[in-house]
Design a protein around this ligand. Structure first.
Ligand code: 5RP
Length: 269
């Protein structure tokens, strides 16, 4: 691996082989999503605990100070919205020159395997990889399912993740699912897990993240289940413990509960 590529990869995946990416890119198709209405406000308390952030250029420029930033994974696909015809019909929104100007550690793009735009999104990935490899910039492929959340099973996610790796993605972001080892086992590049919409309890998040790590994921790219939580700092610290300190879900829950109760006391004092 070229020096530049290796250096950028090491900014993403830490020396223990694990990573906690924090995505706040959701506005690029969802608009001002709940708790991400003001990205700067959402990000400030939790930024220090992330290994990298996944973000668009607009929010990066407007809401992250360059002297306090973490490694950036720049979201460079888009062009569709929740209210448009088909979320899968994405194009590349940001040039590689812009990514270099923003001094990114990686760029990220969604692929929509099985959709009407499968071929377009896969060719977009391939072109982005060609450009990224020229300059030593890794591409993270996001196996997106649009509004069809029920697609998230091992058979589909293993297929989509493998295709992303075959086309040259250096990291694959996919969803956790039952039998997650089928996904990691068939994907020759590091796999990180997204969370999807917020789930009912913190413990559910800790359990799936822990399970995914045991089954070969190198970490997470977890957004709504962190910053839509009432206690996002507690949530991200508990997740760090699972990812970087091998905490169990129960230990993570104890970390969450203790930070939450301190925060509650501060609020009532
Ligand atoms: C949507 C994305 C997000 O980065 C990804 O889905 C992770 O966020 P969450 O954990 O909230 O699903 O690609 O734009």
């Amino acid at each position: 691996m070229e020096w530049g590529m290796a250096n950028r990869m090491s900014k993403l995946i830490q020396s223990d082989g694990r990573c906690l990416f924090l995505p706040i890119d959701h506005g690029y198709f969802q608009g001002p999503t709940r708790k991400l209405e003001q990205p700067r406000k959402t990000l400030e308390p939790i930024l220090d605990y992330a290994d990298a952030i996944f973000i668009t250029r607009g929010v990066l420029r407007s809401s992250v100070d360059p002297d306090k930033a973490k490694p950036i994974i720049l979201r460079v696909s888009g062009g569709t919205s929740m209210v448009g015809k088909d979320l899968a019909n994405e194009g590349i929104t940001t040039s590689m020159e812009e990514a270099i100007r923003l001094n990114v550690a990686a760029v990220g793009i969604s692929i929509f395997v099985g959709s009407d735009y499968e071929k377009d999104s896969l060719l977009n990935l391939s072109k982005l990889v060609d450009e990224g490899e020229k300059y030593g910039i890794p591409v993270m492929a996001v196996t997106a399912v649009g509004k069809e959340l029920e697609k998230r099973d091992a058979r589909y996610l293993a297929l989509a993740s493998r295709i992303a790796a075959e086309l040259g993605a250096r990291v694959v972001k996919t969803y956790w699912c039952e039998n997650f080892d089928r996904v990691t086992g068939g994907c020759p590049v590091p796999v990180v897990m997204a969370g999807g919409p917020q789930v009912d309890t913190e413990l559910e998040v800790f359990e799936f993240v822990h399970d995914g790590i045991q089954k070969g994921a190198v970490g997470v790219n977890l957004g709504r289940n962190v910053w839509q939580n009432e206690y996002p700092v507690a949530m991200i610290k508990a997740l760090r413990a699972i990812i970087h300190d091998n905490a169990t879900p129960k230990e993570a829950q104890a970390i969450y509960d203790s930070i939450k109760s301190k925060k509650k006391k501060q609020k009532t004092a």
